[in-house]
Structures are given as structure tokens and as C-alpha cells.
Design a protein around this ligand. Structure first.
Ligand SMILES: C[S@@+](CC[C@H](N)C(=O)[O-])C[C@H]1O[C@@H](n2cnc3c(N)ncnc32)[C@H](O)[C@@H]1O
Length: 511
């Protein structure tokens, strides 16, 4: 146990997650489509991430967003990792190893347009939550935006005793040593307890499914998630009230759709619509959706935009389709169950977005060409962005500003992929966000950029790299033992890379 970590789990480092909600561009777009004014993103903008973990999101956004980027994480291994990526990209990034308290007290910080913290709030003490809010109170511009995500009540209530069991076991029977062994021992213990059928399971039917889900995660993630000294579940309304200390008004969830219309039955919407207080209404919606994790956007001084201005701004943005049109499913999961999108409206729209090798597209052009109302096109683009099939693009001027930083960061990440499979995202200068590119695709991409253009040669080169390090190639999660199977599998992947993935990487300006 170290003294600087204030009870936060630091025996192993965190996973390399990427979260688009931390992107200033994405935050801005979610606010915009929900009718709320957000800061313009320019070369003069300043952004910040608190508790950036390994710093993958922070670095992708620092490289792919115009302006300066700041951030802190008190774990020195995390800060070192984040700084190494920033050096590689050459972005105007300033990453620190300060605690939130130390960071709030710095006198060398600018005023931020956005501050993001993902997966931090629940896992720290009340005092540290106040320090985070103090950063916002002192260093967020008027009109600036804040993203905060956390485990919430009442959704977590039935399964919360699970976390208690994990820490109870860890504290009393294990408590130190190898993270993987600690986590595995606690999981085994809880499994034995479940097998002995405690009566509690009868009043908490979500206990077992939540446990099954937890088990699937990697031990480092489980340790950071559940073995901290602090794990404070809060109601949305309490977070909103606390956020007022930093003059932060709840704006919307960090999703580009109208969550209530999408996730709730008409009966639920009718009930909620009778509640005029927006905080109470939002809190009650959590009871209807059984939500366990909230992703919220706050603004320091909310200003609602006139609807014509919202429409104008949405229509003057370009959009890019992230997967082949034929792969866009018309089924979307919502809290009400499966929602079927109207094929007759959505299919031609995604086909339009796929035209010219996924060139970023203009919504007005589509609306005029197909005689569709702009209202309907906007609705489709919101839903398709929600399901991560479409992303809004930055202006051409912004793309030019960030392209070189993204190229350098992506080259660094692809080089790293030779030795390590932990990072499966690259930075897109087009969207200002990360894009999922798995390790083998990163190896192909580096080779392709170096002039290797055929599937056979891409597969041969990748095989050389992977086998040099004595690494096994997996197919459906199982290692391929036979060298012929290895090369055959890699050739199939290389064909897919050239025909399916590459046009999309090119559109996203990753390739
Ligand atoms: C659960 S991790 C989330 C990391 C990252 N945001 C992500 O989602 O991938 C929380 C992070 O907050 C950092 N952290 C916790 N308490 C902190 C404090 N008081 N000051 C600075 N960083 C802190 C931890 O080191 C850890 O990297």
C-alpha cells in the first residue's frame, strides 16, 4: 500500500480503454443536438481530463482536437504512459502526475472549454470529488462543458452487496500480492457462496447476472473497479446538486438521442412528462430504465439555442459512416427491448453515406436529392451516431490542424502493436475521436503505409512479427498451433483489411 494513493487501487495499472464521450467534439455534438449551446472548438481552445488512467483517450483527443490539452492522474505509471504517447504525437498536451487536490491548486492552468472524467467519480472519496469540482469551479470557462460518468442508484442497489463481498474477502483473506490471484480468489469465493444458494438471491435477481458479467472482465479492470477503498454509489439528483457547487447545470446525458423517447414506453413518458422539475424527471427516469451507469454532460451556465440555429448547425456538419452499409443492422437495443429501425428510410440513407468510399457527407444534399425532410435526416443521423455507426466530422480547417499529430500518434501505436496487444484504437483526424483498429489491423496498416499492398505479403509480414515474439495467433479465442493455419488465417484477415477496412480507414484519414 502506498501513501499517495488515498486508498485508490494502485497495485496494477489500468486497462487501455477509449471513450468517445471524453472527446470535446463529441461532448459538443451531444449538447448541440439536444439544443444546448457549447463552446466552439478552435486552435485557442483548452481541454482537460481528470483521472486519465493510461491516457489513451486523453492522447487521442489531444492529438485529434485543435487547441491545448491538459490532464492529470496521480498514478506515476499512468502519467508516464500518457506523457510518452504525448511526446510521440507532438500534440500540445500537458499531462501531470498531480492528485486532484494538487491540480486544483495549480496556478499555471488556463481556463478550460471542456473537462472530462470517465469512471472516476464513484471510485474516490467525497473529499476527492470536491477537489474535482474545485478544478471545474476555478478553471472552467463560462459556458464550458463537463462530462462525468459514474455508477448510479437505484440501478446498482440490488447488486451492490457483490462489491461488498469482493472487498470483504480481499481485505480479510488475501489483501496483497498479485492482482490476478487476488481477484481470482475473491471471484472463486463468491461463486462458492452463490452455489450454496443464499436466500438473498431471491430478493436480488440481478445479483447473479451482474456477477457473471463481472467475471468476464480482466483482473486489472475488476481490481480498479471493485477493490478501492472508496466505492460510493450516488443518485443522479445528488450528483446534480453537488455539481452546483461548481456552477455546473445538468444539460443532458452524453448521448446524441432523446433518451426518454428512445428508451421509455409511452406510458412511462406520459408519467414523466407531468413532472416539470427537470432534475426530478431525470432522476425518476433512472427507475424506469434500471440504468446502472450514467454518462452526463453539465454546462457552466446553460443556454438553449433557438431550434432553427440547432438545425442549421447540425446540417452544416459532415458525417461519416463507420462500417460497410450492408453491415448496418436495423435492430437497436433499447431499455424497452429491441427496436426495429424503418428499413425503407434508413437503408437508402446508409447507402448514401457509403458512396464514394465513405467520403464524409452533407445531410442537406441527401434531403434534397431524396426529397426527405431535414427533420427525418437529422433523426436518422442522431440514431446512427448513438449506435456508433456514424460520427460527425470536424471542419476541414480543424482536420488540417490535427492531421500530423494523429499520424504520429497512430504510427507510435502501430509500432507498439508489434509487441503488445493492449491498445485497439487509433486517432481519426476527421472525427476528432478514436476508432477501433485491432492489433493485427494495426500491423497491416503499418506495413501498408510502408508499401506492402498485397494480402499475401501483409500476412507474411504480420506472421513474422507475431512469431518473432513467440506470440500465438488466436482464432475464435483459441490459439492456432499449426503454421499453415496461422498463415491461412492471417491471409483471410489481410483480405478483409484490404477490401473492407481500408476504405473506411482512408475515409477517417487514419490510412
Ligand atoms: C477507474 S480509473 C479510470 C481511468 C480512465 N478515466 C478510464 O476510464 O480509462 C480512475 C483513475 O483515476 C485516478 N485517480 C484516482 N484518484 C485520484 C486522485 N485523487 N488524483 C488523481 N488521480 C486519481 C486513478 O489513478 C485511475 O487512473
Amino acid at each position: 500500500m502506498n501513501s499517495w494513493n488515498e486508498g485508490y487501487f494502485t497495485d496494477s495499472t489500468y486497462t487501455y480503454g477509449y471513450y468517445r464521450e471524453l472527446s470535446p467534439n463529441f461532448m459538443r455534438w451531444c449538447l448541440l443536438v439536444n439544443g444546448i449551446a457549447a463552446p466552439e472548438i478552435t486552435a485557442e481552445s483548452c481541454h482537460c481530463e481528470l483521472g486519465f488512467g493510461q491516457g489513451l483517450s486523453a492522447n487521442i483527443h489531444a492529438a485529434a482536437t485543435p487547441g491545448k490539452f491538459f490532464g492529470t492522474d496521480f498514478n506515476p505509471a499512468h502519467a508516464a504512459q500518457a506523457k510518452e504517447m504525448a511526446t510521440a504525437s507532438g500534440a500540445d498536451a500537458h499531462f501531470f502526475e498531480d492528485s486532484f487536490d494538487e491540480f486544483a491548486k495549480r496556478d499555471d492552468l488556463p481556463q478550460f472549454d471542456s473537462i472530462g472524467f470517465h469512471g472516476v467519480w464513484t471510485w474516490i472519496s467525497a473529499e476527492n470529488r470536491r477537489h474535482m469540482l474545485e478544478v471545474a469551479r476555478q478553471h472552467l470557462k463560462s459556458g464550458g462543458m463537463v462530462y462525468n460518468s459514474y455508477n448510479c442508484l437505484p440501478g446498482w442497489a440490488p447488486a451492490a452487496p457483490l462489491r461488498e463481498l469482493l472487498t470483504l474477502y480481499d481485505k480479510n483473506f488475501h489483501g496483497n500480492g498479485n492482482t490476478k490471484e487476488r481477484v481470482q480468489a475473491a471471484i472463486k469465493f463468491i461463486q462458492e457462496m452463490i452455489d450454496a444458494e443464499p436466500a438473498y438471491l431471491q430478493i436480488a435477481p440481478s445479483f447473479k447476472p451482474v456477477f457473471e458479467n463481472i467475471k468476464k472482465n480482466n483482473p486489472d479492470y475488476i481490481a480498479h473497479e471493485y477493490l478501492n477503498l472508496d466505492w460510493d454509489l450516488m443518485y443522479f439528483s445528488d450528483v446534480a446538486e453537488l455539481s452546483q457547487e461548481a456552477k455546473l447545470d445538468f444539460a443532458t446525458q452524453a448521448v446524441p438521442i432523446d433518451g426518454a423517447a428512445f428508451h421509455l414506453s409511452q406510458k412511462a413518458q406520459d408519467f414523466l412528462n407531468k413532472i416539470s422539475n427537470p432534475i426530478v424527471r431525470e432522476q425518476l427516469a433512472d427507475y424506469f430504465t434500471r440504468r446502472q451507469f450514467r454518462k452526463d454532460l453539465y454546462v457552466r451556465g446553460i443556454r438553449r439555442l433557438p431550434p432553427p440555429e440547432v438545425i442549421d448547425k447540425i446540417l452544416s456538419t459532415r458525417y461519416v459512416l463507420l462500417i460497410p452499409a450492408a453491415e448496418v443492422s436495423m435492430n437497436v437495443n433499447t431499455e424497452q427491448g429491441n427496436l426495429k429501425l424503418a428499413e425503407a428510410a434508413y437503408r437508402p440513407f446508409v447507402e448514401y453515406l457509403a458512396e464514394d468510399n465513405h467520403r464524409p457527407k452533407d445531410l442537406l444534399e441527401y434531403a434534397e436529392r431524396n426529397n426527405v425532410s431535414t427533420r427525418n435526416v437529422i433523426e436518422m443521423v442522431r440514431v446512427l451516431t448513438f449506435v456508433d455507426r456514424v460520427m460527425p466530422c470536424q471542419s476541414k480547417a480543424a482536420v488540417n490542424l490535427v492531421k500530423k499529430n494523429c499520424d504520429r500518434l497512430n504510427a507510435h501505436l502501430c509500432e507498439r502493436a508489434k509487441f503488445n496487444e493492449s491498445i485497439s484504437f487509433l486517432a481519426s483526424p476527421l472525427t476528432g475521436c478514436g476508432f477501433n483498429v485491432n492489433r493485427v489491423a494495426q500491423l497491416f496498416l503499418a506495413q501498408y503505409k510502408g508499401g506492402v499492398k498485397t494480402a499475401d505479403r501483409l500476412a507474411d509480414e504480420a506472421l513474422k512479427i507475431l512469431t518473432q515474439g513467440g506470440q500465438q495467433i488466436l482464432f475464435n479465442g483459441k490459439p492456432l498451433e499449426n503454421p499453415e493455419d496461422n498463415i491461412k488465417h492471417l491471409r483471410t484477415l489481410a483480405e478483409r483489411f484490404l477490401t473492407r477496412d481500408l476504405p473506411i480507414y482512408k475515409a477517417l484519414l487514419i490510412a
